[in-house]
Design a binder for this molecule. Structure first.
Ligand SMILES: *Cc1c(COP(=O)(O)O)cnc(C)c1O
Length: 401
């Protein structure tokens, strides 16, 4: 992708890793784009592409038809530019005036909510590349960032006159689109349309997240912003399954030690699990510092040889232990799936999230940078990203013999 240096495969020595199926990313982008009718699709790749790796996912999403990228910070935008991504990138959140020079230097599109930021961007743009694109965010009820209509409309009109600044977009963000009751979402949408009717010269309007693309495709406007759906998860249980999505990420580890316990012997900090019978337990070198929640102590499960094995004892920082007593075929070196599919069995990110009292978003974004990402196409590893080389490196697939 960005580099062609040969890399030694980190496997089979890696204790834990994440495999990211770029075919799934492409397919999800195409499915969501189709669901949004003729609208453009922004792939939201903030938070390291929800833990999947920003540069590789962005490249795959663009190739599949995404036209815009969304990030949370200037650093995230700069990382994409350093990874040779030239597509437009919107900073979804607020930007500090102190960052205006970097925004212009990296040709990022800022969300502007003050005249001061707009003037700073316009000044750097006139000194450099000449033009800077901005979007304006209407607060329609989420009450996070964005301006209320009464402040936004005069700001928009005053920015229209700045020669080196182009107000390209107008958007809002929904608070409850993933809930069954869409009443508040309709209300937010109507406010955005009212503001837009006062500012008809702003060409690119967008409001929908993944939940709205699936359940309210009539709100797609000129562009939709999809995060979780690109990664193959549904935003919530209440969102319909009408759009087919396939999870892209599989979290894997390997049994590095298998040992026997006599009845009464315990496992892990606090000895919170004790063998009730002669037992075999296996150590997986993946812990809460890798993103596997400690709340899954004594209640998670992993897949080994296509069968579930329960997590026993506390999940620790770098490892967890599973009970293999009912899996006589499980041996040292055997692969375990902590999130994702193995054979016909699957542990969805939602299952891990439910057990940890959270949502798939938090589980995925919590997958630690120290875990290598393996990028797959057609079931083959095509690129690798590691902690020591934060840009994906292409892997030459050797010819089968
Ligand atoms: C994160 C984010 C999205 C993506 O939401 P999903 O539910 O993941 O599709 C869209 N818009 C904004 C402003 C966001 O911050």
């Amino acid at each position: 992708m960005t580099s062609h240096r040969p890399v030694p495969s980190p496997w089979p020595t890696q204790p834990a890793w994440a495999e990211v199926d770029l075919d799934a990313i492409s397919q999800n982008v195409r499915s969501l784009k189709k669901a949004a009718g003729g609208a453009q699709l922004m792939a939201v790749v903030k938070a390291n592409a929800y833990g999947h790796g920003a540069v590789a996912v962005a490249a795959a999403a663009l190739q599949a038809g995404a036209g815009y990228l969304g990030v949370a910070s200037v650093d995230e935008g700069a990382q994409l530019r350093e990874g040779d991504i030239s597509a437009p990138i919107l900073l979804l959140g607020p930007t500090s005036v102190a960052d205006a020079e970097r925004v212009v230097a990296h040709q990022l599109t800022a969300t502007v909510n003050s005249r001061q930021l707009a003037l700073a961007l316009a000044r750097f743009a006139s000194e450099g590349s000449g033009r800077c694109l901005v979007h304006l965010k209407v607060d329609t009820g989420l009450h996070r960032s964005g301006l209320p209509p009464a402040e936004l409309i005069p700001l928009a009109e005053s920015l229209r006159q700045l020669p080196s600044l182009t107000v390209e977009g107008l958007f809002t963000h929904f608070a409850t689109a993933d809930e069954a009751d869409k009443e508040f979402t309709y209300r937010q949408y109507r406010v955005l349309l009212e503001v837009s009717s006062r500012l008809p010269w702003i060409p690119l309007r967008h409001a929908s997240n993944t939940a709205a693309v699936i359940d309210l495709p009539e709100m797609a406007l000129e562009m939709v912003r999809c995060g979780i759906g690109v990664y193959g998860c549904y935003p919530s249980r209440e969102v319909s399954r009408r759009v087919p999505l396939r999870p892209a990420l599989t979290l894997k580890s390997r049994l590095v030690r298998v040992s026997r316990l006599a009845p009464g012997e315990g496992v892990g900090y606090g000895l919170t699990w004790r063998a009730a019978r002669p037992s075999r337990v296996g150590l997986l070198p993946c812990g809460y510092a890798d993103g596997y929640p400690r709340l899954l102590s004594n209640c998670g499960r992993v897949l080994i040889g296509g069968h579930p094995a329960p997590v026993v004892g506390r999940v620790s920082m770098d490892s967890l232990v599973v009970d293999l007593t009912d899996l006589p075929g499980a041996e040292e070196g055997g692969e375990a799936v902590l999130i994702g599919r193995q054979g016909v069995e699957e542990i969805p990110a939602d299952e891990v999230a439910d057990a940890a009292g959270t949502i798939s978003y938090e589980i995925l974004t919590g997958i630690a940078p120290r875990l290598p990402r393996l990028y797959m196409r057609g079931g083959q590893v095509v690129a690798v990203q590691t902690l020591r080389d934060p840009f994906p490196v292409e892997v030459r697939v050797s010819a089968p013999h």
